[in-house]
Write a protein that binds this ligand. Structure first.
Ligand code: ADP
Length: 525
């Protein structure tokens, strides 16, 4: 027997309409290189309607791909709401991709128009197939031949009605950064975005509230800024968009100036803030989210001790919309007890409506399924092996389960170090090294070894002025990790190279060190 409830489609426009109808006066703040702009949900959604009308006049139809090449900005937020709501597909281009990959991605997606921030006018290539470029003013340069965003918006119809359509319709797309092979397109649907938004909004997940001032540091060109712009709009939270300056000091200043209560970014960003001297005033923050890469326990402890700000870890992938797990301690457990810290350093409990399994036949690989998990890549069968025959996504992450429900990532399959036939977790080793007070960052890679097959090599960034050497680090590690895990080889580097979205770039480290011999010279220290 069917239930007797209405079957209304779940659509992104409902998030926009709620923000407009319920939270019209709530402020949106955006910092650009030209200064600070202030708007409201009411204005943002009215401008999104005008934009949708103007795009329709330009010939953009449902299903067309509309690309963005932009910072976390006010106009990018307008695009997040306007483009899906009119039935077109927002394709957020990663502004840090290499030009060759960018061209591939824009062509593969079939982008018809691109919206770009003026400050990026000189860094965006000309895409052969793109029919029109639209420049969003932010204190940057002009771009020859491009239309002006503000003219487009002012000419659009403020009464444009967002249409109804099926909830399975595509709404947005993101390409994964392509650690192997070409980038692959993940195509989100209206239904997946709305359900992801609801799932991320539960109190023990992001738990964003109307009273919050939310600052997404994670770029809007990376995995939909973890869905934060939608969660915040649905909740009516004030948004503070940082624009191009995502330096630790620049972010800390914005947190203080705008009274940010909640923010999210990769661990590298928060590590930079933790290291600031003199320490910034972060007293407005009630919580920080960190994810996209393993969050070291030392970072979580550091924020508690230095700022009294809890760091909550999340795990996910572009393919998982992205939020798939959140780590909070179970009821009754002290988050500041050792066991609490150990659990907070896990990737956490699976999000509601998502299922996971750890496949022993696939080397302990974590696999997930659910209504906001990709089931295929956009027009690219070369990624089909990421999906199992029985309908699960293979994450490429190796996991263990603790306390029955906590996912702990051991490593990415490709980053594990296989020494003498046994696996060493690069992530665990990094965390143990980063627990040393004189270590700012550490990344562990596998290097070939005649006797053991592979051995770990630790690339370490020391605190300025520290003369920490390999022997002291080995002493620090003994007792923290198994003896045979302790690296023979340490490379002291000025900086761990980062990917386009701020994660450790082990490819670069491998190219630099995995071919080289023991690196004895750089061990002296
Ligand atoms: P990329 O391959 O460019 O990193 P994604 O941004 O989609 O693409 O990254 C997803 C991957 O990031 C996950 O499969 C996982 O390896 C890693 N990751 C994400 N969150 C965490 C986390 N909290 N801890 C450890 N690894 C994480």
């Amino acid at each position: 027997m069917d239930g007797l409830m209405m079957d209304r489609p779940l659509l992104v426009k409902q998030i926009a309409e709620r923000a407009e109808g319920v939270f019209a006066d709530r402020e949106i703040v955006a910092r650009t290189q030209a200064g600070v702009e202030r708007s409201t949900y009411g204005q943002v959604v009215e401008r999104a309607r005008r934009l949708a009308g103007a795009l329709t006049d330009l010939g953009i139809r449902p299903g067309d791909r509309v690309a963005s090449f932009a910072w976390n900005s006010l106009r990018h937020l307008e695009l997040y709401l306007a483009v899906p709501s009119m039935g077109a597909i927002l394709h957020t281009l990663n502004i840090r991709l290499f030009e060759d990959d960018l061209r591939y991605v824009a062509e593969h997606a079939g982008d018809r128009v691109v919206f770009l921030d003026a400050s990026l006018a000189e860094s965006m290539p000309r895409f052969a197939e793109v029919e029109r470029e639209i420049v969003m003013p932010d204190g940057g340069r002009e771009r020859q031949g491009a239309l002006d965003y503000e003219e487009l918006v002012s000419g659009g119809d403020p009464g444009f009605e967002f249409p109804d359509f099926a909830e399975g319709t595509a709404a947005a797309m993101c390409y994964t950064s392509g650690t192997t092979g070409r980038p692959k397109g993940v195509l989100y649907s209206h239904r997946s975005i709305v359900l992801h938004t609801l799932g991320a909004a539960v109190p023990d997940s992001m738990g964003i509230r109307e009273a919050d001032s939310v600052m997404p540091v994670v770029p809007m060109f990376h995995a939909m800024a973890w869905g934060i712009p939608y969660v915040a709009a649905m909740a009516g939270a004030r948004q503070v968009l940082p624009g191009p300056d995502v330096s630790p000091r620049g972010l800390a200043d914005l947190i203080e100036a705008e009274g940010v209560t909640w923010s999210a970014g990769v661990p590298t960003i928060w590590n930079g803030v933790l290291e600031l001297e003199p320490p910034p005033d972060l007293s407005s923050l009630r919580e920080l989210k960190a994810g996209g890469a393993a969050v070291p326990e030392s970072l979580i402890r550091g924020f508690d001790e230095r700022f009294g700000v809890p760091v909550v870890q999340g795990w996910g992938m572009t393919e998982t919309s992205p939020l798939a797990a959140t780590s909070r301690v179970p009821a009754g457990l002290d988050p500041a007890a050792d066991e609490g810290y150990a659990l907070r350093a896990c990737q956490g409990r699976i999000q509601p409506l998502i299922e996971f399994r750890v496949d022993p036949d696939a080397g302990g690989e974590l696999q997930v399924r659910g209504p906001w998990i990709a089931r295929a890549y956009y027009e690219d069968a070369s990624g089909d092996d990421k999906f199992t025959e029985d309908g699960w996504l293979r994450t490429g992450d190796v996991a263990e389960v603790e306390r029955g429900s906590y996912i702990r990532l051991v490593d990415r399959t490709k980053d594990l170090v296989k020494s003498g036939g046994e696996w060493i977790s690069s992530v665990e080793l990094e965390n143990a090294i980063m627990a040393h007070p004189d270590v700012v960052e550490a990344a562990v890679i596998a290097v070939p070894d005649e006797r053991w097959g592979e051995r770990p090599c630790a690339c370490v960034v020391r605190r300025p002025g520290s003369d920490l050497g390999p022997d002291a680090l080995r002493g620090h590690l003994s007792g923290r990790v198994a003896k045979w895990w302790i690296p023979e080889r340490f490379e002291f580097v000025d900086e761990v190279p980062k990917t386009s979205v701020g994660k450790f770039d082990k490819k670069v480290l491998r190219a630099r060190f995995a071919g080289a011999q023991a690196g004895l010279a750089s061990q002296a220290g």
